[in-house]
Design a protein around this ligand. Structure first.
Ligand code: URA
Length: 238
């Protein structure tokens, strides 16, 4: 099925249709290596479209791994704040992207950005059992008794009970790893608060069986590979 070039591009970019028409008329857009100046030119499946030399992905759905730095908010737009979407390079931006799940402003690590609502639901729903793993630095050393308390399901300050979670010790009792399948507001911080401790630093290391790529510096991102997308789906039940 063919589609107008200006519409095709505006569905895959953060620029307005008007801005896109200006780019096209300004000879900045190529289709299959030929400059196209007509916004009504029809794009067909298999065409390669580039803007200022950068190829625009034709995929309907996109899945991006971001290493979120501190101070950035996990929403699509927040006037006056820097969002995870603002960190994407221009050629990756599209108006329909959103972060699948939130990390607090001061939490770092793996954020999945997508435009696929069904995929996001599978990753986020506790019923689908996709574990999230966090590296946690604590104010006070973790106690052995925490392990059972996490496994039993901690009761938070508001009286609600968490699902069973796994706490793993390292050589340093102030540095532990937590594996959980829920994503409640401030959940890890509230879990440790319920034990009289305090989270000093929090970093998400993985979603399902997909690890945050150690090659990504804070603020950097890359598309998930096909294998990683499949691994995330395989991590979910049903
Ligand atoms: N739990 C928290 O407390 N904060 C996060 O950002 C993620 C999990």
């Amino acid at each position: 099925m063919s589609e107008r070039l200006d519409k095709w591009l505006s569905d895959r970019s953060a620029d307005s249709r008007k801005e896109i028409k200006t780019l096209i008329r300004g000879r900045q857009v190529r289709v299959n290596d030929a400059v196209v100046t007509d916004p009504g030119h029809h794009v067909v499946p298999g065409d390669t479209v580039s803007v200022r030399g950068v190829v625009v992905t034709a995929d309907q759905f996109v899945y991006i791994m971001l290493n979120k730095p501190q101070g950035v908010v996990s929403v699509s737009s927040a006037p006056g704040d820097r969002t995870v979407i603002d960190l994407l390079p221009p050629q990756m931006r599209r108006p329909d992207l959103f972060p699948a799940g939130r990390l607090d402003r001061d939490t770092t690590g793996f954020v999945l950005i997508t435009n696929d609502g069904e995929f996001a639901h599978r990753i986020l729903s506790p019923k689908k059992h996709v574990d999230k793993v966090y590296r946690v630095s604590l104010r006070d050393p973790a106690q052995e008794s925490y392990i059972q308390a996490f496994a039993d399901g901690l009761v938070l300050g508001d009286g609600t009970k968490c699902l069973s979670a796994v706490l793993i010790f390292s050589d340093d009792p102030r540095c532990v790893t937590v594996r959980l399948r829920e994503g409640r507001y401030h959940q890890v911080k509230r879990m440790f608060a319920s034990l009289g401790n305090q989270v000093v630093q929090l970093h998400r290391e993985s979603i399902g069986t997909v690890l945050l790529d150690p090659a990504l510096a804070p603020g950097e991102c890359r598309p998930l590979t096909k294998e990683e997308i499949q691994k995330m789906l395989d991590s979910s039940d049903g």
